[in-house]
Design a protein around this ligand. Structure first.
Ligand code: GKR
Ligand code: MG
Length: 447
């Protein structure tokens, strides 16, 4: 049988090119257990071009390695039909073929486990394909996925302990919008400012940075400031031992128990399971969430068997794309797990991908994470500028595909920034040594 599409108005969308843009965007000095954010975050913007002159967009993490991987893929994509292309790439995300290895703690960049590299490439291409198809059919991406469970997707305020500075370097240094944030009081200020600006109604604190008692005080101060109506979550990215995780979990039972969660307190599935067991034995059912112990479908059976994770943090960039997020949502519902969404420093193309993925996942049980407030308007590559939040939500635009276009001048400036800056991969440890402590090493557990 011929695999050629039948003739018709949208008979096929033949791929004629994949344009890969490595860009750098200013990033403030945010802290985590991985170290310190560099003055620029690296992103990759993809343009998937069809013979009809349509262009599908995508954004994912950046740097030289992934750009080279996309360039290598290019020849496999050219000449294929966007409607059927992803089937030929499916082996890249086959869970049965997922490489074995420790997904929990050994890699140096959060969310970018080398074992899941195939998923990340597949995700980015799938998104560009869907944007392309959406443009051709005149339908939003979430409608191509079977329709939306919601048109407005809620996001959460994402607080970071931070040093003074707004990101960028030299002549390109940016104003420090949020100021230094290294005390509970400063973090309450940061939260107020972010919630007032964006309308967020849930708050996440990136922890694993200061001594646990200070981080406990920060959550307590946030709870006192915002009250019970604003759920709180805390994520130390595995910086704590099992006993410390239990101690913090118990100290924050009241604060996290109201619709919040404890995210990746310690490393590894066994550690997470031990924390869960101890909390339950103490009569405390604070759910544990993860984007470290669980980063792919291959991790789910053990997570469920061991009751190690009660909330999965999906990410359309990492889990094999927006369709896989729908599958994941159904699985989470089946096994009684919650679903939330992870993020990393990103621009508006990623934000819209996250929004469409969340819109098309009926079982999404928390507001999604986003780093978007930390990025600067000057760096946005979306035509028309920054995506708007209304009451903490991003709305699905009434436009085809992802609903956005690229500003080619802004994209060119992003490429120039990438060419100028010395960073070629994210390295929070190197930046921590450069700016804060030359002897600093990531130790797990630190406390
Ligand atoms: O931006 O430093 C950061 C975060 O630590 C990020 O990279 C994590 O992947 O937000 C993420 C998380 O929830 O672990
Ligand atoms: Mg996390």
């Amino acid at each position: 049988m011929s695999s050629r599409p039948a003739a018709g108005p949208h008979a096929g969308l033949t791929i004629t090119d994949l344009r890969v843009h490595s860009i750098a965007i200013a990033d403030p000095p945010l802290r985590s257990s991985y170290g310190l954010h560099q003055p620029y975050a690296l992103r990759t913007i993809l343009e998937l071009v069809s013979d009809a002159g349509l262009v599908g967009l995508s954004e994912t993490h950046g740097g030289d390695v992934i750009a080279a991987q996309f360039t290598q893929l290019r020849d496999r994509l050219i000449g294929q039909d966007a409607f059927t292309l992803m089937a030929s790439l499916l082996p890249m995300i086959d869970p049965a073929a997922a490489p074995d290895g420790d997904r929990s703690q050994t890699y140096s960049v959060p969310g970018e486990n080398p074992l899941d590299a195939g998923n990340r490439l597949f995700s980015a291409i799938e998104l560009a394909c869907l944007d392309l198809i959406g443009r051709a059919l005149g339908r939003p991406v979430c409608d191509l996925l079977g329709g939306r469970a919601r048109s407005a997707v809620p996001f959460s305020a994402y607080l970071f302990y931070k040093h003074a500075g707004g990101g960028g370097e030299g002549d390109d240094e940016r104003a420090d919008e949020y100021g230094e944030g290294l005390t509970p009081e400063a973090m309450v200020r940061q939260a107020r400012q972010m919630c007032e600006t964006y309308g967020f109604r849930e708050i996440k604190l990136k922890a694993g940075v200061l001594d646990p008692p200070v981080e406990i005080d920060t959550i307590k101060a946030l709870q006192a400031a915002f009250g019970d109506a604003v759920p709180l979550r805390i994520d130390p990215n595995c910086a704590w031992s099992v006993p410390t995780s239990i101690e913090v979990g118990r100290a924050l039972y009241r604060e996290l128990g109201r619709g919040g969660y404890l995210e990746d307190p310690c490393a590894g599935m066994d550690g997470m399971a031990a924390v869960r067991t101890a909390l339950l034995e103490a009569g405390e059912d604070t759910p544990l969430a993860s984007n470290v112990a669980v980063t792919s479908f291959a991790d789910l059976p053990a997570a469920v068997r061991q009751d190690a994770v009660q909330i999965v943090l999906c990410d359309p960039h990492y889990w094999g794309g927006v369709r896989q997020i729908q599958h994941l949502a159904r699985l989470c519902q089946t096994f009684g797990l919650g679903l939330s969404m992870h993020s990393n420093s990103h621009l508006g193309v990623s934000l819209m991908a996250m929004t469409h993925a969340a819109a098309a996942a009926p079982h999404l049980t928390f507001a999604c994470d986003t780093h978007y407030p930390w990025q600067h308007a000057d760096d946005e590559v979306v035509a028309g500028g920054r995506i708007r939040f209304v009451d903490g939500c991003v709305h699905i635009p009434d436009r085809p595909g992802l609903g956005i276009d690229l500003d080619q001048d802004a994209l060119a400036r992003g490429r120039e920034r990438f060419a100028r800056c010395p960073y070629r991969k994210r390295d929070d440890q190197a930046e921590m040594r450069r700016r804060v402590d030359p002897a600093w090493t990531r130790r797990l557990p630190r406390w």
